[in-house]
Design a protein around this ligand. Structure first.
Ligand SMILES: *Cc1c(COP(=O)(O)O)cnc(C)c1O
Length: 487
């Protein structure tokens, strides 16, 4: 393990990395401008470093980071696919980076065109009637959709619809977004084969329910084959279907959510459309809706004028308003636009087909070594468990995940979805080659073999990381975000 001193405690009193030029103008003394009580002689605990110390410090930190450019990152549901660098080049063009949100519409026609065309492309991909790229993340898109639902039912005099049905496989943001928008959550169980049955929905659907919020393919990586029948049941009772579209990776060009009876969907550009994510953002969570819900979309909207120019408008009386400043995570939109345009419809279809093929290939590779709880063809991700290893040698999913770090892999998503005990949810994505998937399978089998022969090594992993097993709760509750002089 790396000594903390090497990583952080590099400050030496009096050391400096800068030599400011001798000023050639008269100096203003701080005391001429500020009262003496506000002037600091010294900044307590401020690190003092030379340029080389600083340079090495950040370079060392960056090399501790694991990213998709470092190795395979099969984090299920999060879709950590490779982000083509050409998208970065396009997003860094001066015409995109040197504009300001307060510039008049007449000077940013190109930027408005990107927004407008991206919304059109996403309409085509999802089969929805209207799209807004305003929300900043998947969860914000969900909240946006829930607020639109609330407004929609209020306008129809159906305020009594206060319930949202959510399957037990749902991403945690789903119930959170529903609650934040004032709804109560009605949980519904997936059936033995890992999907929703029409019967289960028929049982809970009533006139006080605003919507069913589901993910398709769901977080077990399985396609909800009963979706059309389920949508009919919900619609018959006056409710709507909200689809969490974060997993669109699996169905682009193969199926349209609009055709499945979906009324509202959010997409995650930072997953499906290869814009970088992790470490907190920036994301983008466009929202797509049917024509009936279009008036409720957030503002501003880009509209086409009669003379062919584009404008931003906030003049939309039924809109839920703004969820953030300006019109969305603009440079992220540019990257997604570049990605979609470069691949085209055929390319995007190939992306989904390859993502599905890779996940099924991976699942078959793990067969016999790991328990497969829902044994059927999967979509873009597969779920296996630690059942066999736990029974045989007490080695758990956590241990296996930590051991994978030693072999250069980012661990898959673990202990999620919650309905599967000891879940490892693995998403190879379409950007991994046959060789890298084979390598993951080889390493996972190796770890399983180690679990049998030398369980202690697996249980005490990772051995090659600068940190072992941190107290994740403490790290989240009491984060140390800046350097402090040692007491
Ligand atoms: C990632 C994800 C979300 C949340 O998206 P964020 O952009 O992280 O807010 C919601 N649902 C599913 C299924 C996801 O995978």
């Amino acid at each position: 393990m790396l000594d903390d001193r090497l990583l952080f405690e590099k400050s030496v009193v009096g050391r400096t990395g800068i030599r400011p030029p001798v000023p050639d103008v008269p100096l203003v003394k701080p005391s001429d401008l500020l009262p003496a009580t506000l002037i600091r002689e010294d900044i307590e605990g401020f690190p003092e470093l030379s340029e080389i110390d600083l340079s090495r410090h950040y370079t060392a930190l960056s090399s501790l980071n694991f990213g998709i450019d470092t190795g395979m990152y099969p984090l299920g549901s999060c879709t950590m696919k490779y982000n083509p660098k050409v998208n970065e080049d396009i997003a860094s063009l001066k015409g995109f980076t040197a504009i300001h949100p307060y510039m008049p519409d007449s000077l940013v026609q190109g930027a408005l065109k990107v927004i407008c065309e991206l919304e059109e492309l996403l309409k085509e991909i999802t089969g929805m009637d209207a799209v807004s790229v305003h929300p900043s993340a998947g969860a914000q898109g969900e909240l946006c959709g829930m607020l639109m639902l609330a407004s929609y039912f209020k306008d129809r005099g159906e305020d009594k619809r206060k319930k949202i049905i959510i399957p037990d496989t749902a991403h945690g943001t789903n119930p959170a977004s529903s609650a934040l928008a004032g709804f109560s959550v009605v949980p519904v169980k997936t059936d033995k084969s890992g999907i929703l049955s029409a019967e289960a929905i028929r049982e809970v659907m009533d006139e006080e329910t605003a919507a069913l919020m589901l993910t398709n393919p769901n977080t077990l990586g399985l396609f909800e084959t009963n979706i059309k029948e389920i949508a009919d049941i919900v619609h018959e009772k006056g409710g709507l279907i909200y689809c969490d579209g974060a997993n669109l990776n699996a169905i682009m060009g193969l199926a349209k959510l609009g055709d499945m009876g979906v009324d509202i969907v959010q997409l995650n550009l930072h997953k499906t459309f290869s814009t970088p994510h992790g470490g907190g953002g920036p994301g983008s969570g466009p929202i797509g809706v049917t024509a009936e819900l279009e008036p409720y979309l957030p503002v501003p909207r880009v509209i086409k004028n009669e003379n062919g120019t584009l404008s931003l408008t906030t003049d939309r009386p039924n809109s839920i308003g703004r969820l953030r400043a300006f019109y969305g995570q603009f440079l992220v939109l540019v990257k997604a636009y570049s990605y979609i345009r470069r691949l085209g419809g055929e390319g995007l279809t190939k992306v989904s087909e390859t993502a599905i093929l890779n996940a099924n290939y991976l699942k078959e590779g793990l067969r016999g070594t790991f328990d497969i709880p829902f044994d059927r063809a999967c979509m873009h991700e597969c779920v296996v468990t630690d059942k066999l290893q736990l029974e045989e040698s007490g080695v758990s999913t956590m241990d296996i995940a930590k051991r994978l770090i030693d072999y250069g892999f980012h661990p898959p998503t673990i202990y999620f979805p919650l309905v599967v005990s000891g879940a490892m949810m693995i998403e190879p994505t379409e950007t991994e080659s046959l060789q890298s998937i084979d390598e993951l399978v080889r390493v996972m089998k190796l770890v399983s073999k180690e679990a049998k022969e030398d369980p202690q090594t697996v249980k005490s992993a990772p051995h090659r990381a600068p940190r072992k097993r941190i107290d994740e709760t403490a790290a989240a509750r009491n984060p140390v975000l800046r350097w402090r002089e040692e007491a």
